[in-house]
Ligand binder design. Structure first.
Ligand SMILES: [Fe+2]
Ligand SMILES: [Fe+2]
Length: 140
């Protein structure tokens, strides 16, 4: 159980709780990916963790979109577009992992890239984009 780093709090408890869960799932995935993906069971474990993370990302995004809509956030359309982009990127990541498993991508860079990427994109999104609707909602 990781606790939410206060630096990543956007000040909306419901969303902070979801982000915190998301970080947990990311950490789990990264731990599996960091094992080096040396054999099939290791790859399968990483893939399971990635799929679980992807499912939660989808849930979180739709919950967040409903929240922004309820509060009449004017940046909703743009934020939704960013969510779809992130989903697309994470789908590509999943494909890379499958290619790696199937030997179509033998580059050692794949797991490393996977490992670093998820954390960075989510953090940037939470601190940047999510911070915008939070200021709007909290500021009025
Ligand atoms: Fe978010
Ligand atoms: Fe978001």
């Amino acid at each position: 159980m990781t606790t939410m780093d206060p630096r990543y709090s956007i000040g909306i408890p419901e969303m902070d709780a979801q982000h915190s869960r998301l970080f947990e799932l990311i950490d789990r995935f990264r731990a599996k990916a960091a094992d080096g993906l040396a054999d099939d069971p290791a790859i399968a474990a990483a893939e399971d963790a990635l799929v679980e993370m992807m499912d939660y990302v989808k849930q979180h995004f739709s919950s967040e979109e409903a929240f922004m809509e309820r509060h009449g956030f004017p940046g909703l359309a743009g934020h939704k577009r960013k969510h779809r982009e992130l989903e697309g990127q994470v789908n590509n990541l999943h494909k890379e992992l499958r290619d790696y498993r199937e030997g179509a991508n033998t580059s050692k860079a794949a797991p490393l890239k996977l490992n670093l990427f998820v954390n960075v994109w989510l953090l940037e999104h939470i601190l940047g984009e999510d911070g915008k609707y939070a200021s709007y909602v909290l500021g009025r």
